[in-house]
Design a protein around this ligand. Structure first.
Ligand code: FAD
Length: 373
């Protein structure tokens, strides 16, 4: 008899399994239907011996000292600040998010102060009476030309929808800067796990109270393995048999390639906002990991309607559908729903760890240790 069945060995499941096992001393079974731990953050050596991320590039960044300290128990870190360039017309590479360099290079200007750049954005911006869509967010801030160069094609490829049909939250995530800061993230902690994500997860799950079974779907074991309580980090609609319908997701196809050259591109990720190519971005792992190798490995991302669920589609009708499942989840005793799939949100890794640690505090409050269970 296990005290807990944890479904999913990603950040949500592994964080909770570790807390339940080491703080409460409870017996935990972690299962994952994939043949590995670490969820979408899984990394592995490819055939050339280069560390790659099977599900696309994952860069750890957070403003939460608590999350950073928590994970630091399981890994050493390599300082890494991610930089992204966008490939625009004529193959020109310019910084993303848009900053002063982007504006100067693209328009042949030589603006030198933040005030000048803000004045440029204001002159380009179009008044929008009510900001509802992703298009409204960008056009009202930097105008139609920058919107068309960087956002329209990229968003149409990424989501299969025009930005005018998408909730404002999609492009609100991408800042626009008047200074020369060319870092993709500005969080206080920006690091990569020194030995990779999978090694960090192995340490998290390496506890005598934790048993891990990969290649194991919940459906295959639910009636066979006795457990008292459950942490569910899979899709919430799947848990309830899709009874209100399927929650829509956007997916990606990853094309991994190893090239017989030391470097492929100048930074970790190059975005391709144009609709002349079907992929959205190319990432080169050695920039992220610091690995030294005579060859290099890259991943192309092709957005797709079919495949693993990656990005919840942010439209009001989907939020309403999720609310129906959330009400069921809230009313389900002895099951805690945690993580990006169980709460139908696009969450970064640090947000999932924070959510899992908050869930652990709720479990502690609801089930004081030694409650006889
Ligand atoms: P997951 O990692 O998806 O883990 C859930 C696990 O549950 C999966 O392994 C799945 O196989 C398993 N599962 C589901 N259903 C079942 C079932 N019925 N039975 C058994 N197992 C089941 N975040 C960042 O902070 N920085 C980044 O740079 C970044 N880049 C990203 C790039 C891409 C392309 C994507 C898609 C996401 C990125 N993220 C990034 C987000 C990051 O992947 C998530 O925050 C994180 O993986 C969420 O962890 P999780 O445990 O909630 O979900």
């Amino acid at each position: 008899m296990f005290d807990w069945l944890v479904v999913g060995a990603g950040f949500a499941g592994a964080t909770l399994a570790e807390r339940l096992a080491s703080v409460r001393g409870e017996k935990v079974l972690v299962i994952d239907r994939r043949d590995h731990i670490a969820g979408n953050a899984y990394d592995e050596l490819d055939a050339a011996g280069i560390l790659i991320h099977r599900y696309g590039p994952h860069i750890f960044h957070t403003n939460s000292a608590a999350v950073f300290e928590h994970l630091s128990q399981f890994t050493r870190w390599r300082a890494y600040e991610h930089r992204v360039l966008a490939r625009v017309a004529d193959g020109m590479l310019v910084p993303m998010p848009i900053n002063r360099t982007t504006v100067n290079r693209l328009h042949g200007l030589s603006l030198t102060t933040e005030d000048e750049v803000e004045a440029f954005f204001s002159a380009q911006a179009e008044p929008v009476p009510e900001i509802r869509t992703s298009e409204d967010v960008v056009v009202s801030r930097v105008g139609r030309k920058l919107y068309e160069t960087f956002f329209r094609g990229y968003t149409r490829k990424q989501w299969g929808l025009d930005p005018s049909e998408l909730d404002r939250s999609v492009t609100s995530r991408v800042p626009t800067r008047a200074d020369n800061d060319d870092r993709y993230f500005t969080d206080t902690h920006q690091f990569m796990p020194a030995d990779g994500y999978t090694a960090m997860f192995r340490k998290m799950l390496d506890h005598p109270n934790i048993t891990v079974m990969t290649g194991t779907d919940f459906a295959a074991v639910k009636d066979k393995i006795p457990y008292r309580r459950m942490v569910w980090t899979g899709p919430v609609d799947e848990y309830f048999g899709f009874r209100f319908g399927k929650l829509p997701y956007r997916s990606l196809v990853f094309q991994h390639e190893t090239l017989d050259q030391e470097w492929f591109q100048p930074v970790g990720t190059v975005n391709y906002p144009g609709e002349d190519v079907p992929f959205t971005r190319v990432s080169e792992y050695k920039h992220l990991t610091g690995q030294v190798h005579p060859k290099t490995s890259v991943t192309y991302e092709f957005p797709s309607a079919e495949g693993d669920p990656y990005y919840p589609v942010p439209r009001p009708e989907n939020a309403a559908l999720y609310k129906q499942y959330e009400a069921l989840a809230d009313a389900t005793e002895d099951v805690w729903f945690v993580g990006r799939l169980a709460t139908y949100r696009y969450y970064n890794m640090d947000q999932v760890v924070a959510q899992a640690l908050a869930t652990f505090r709720r479990i502690e409050a609801a089930l004081p240790s030694g409650d006889g269970q």
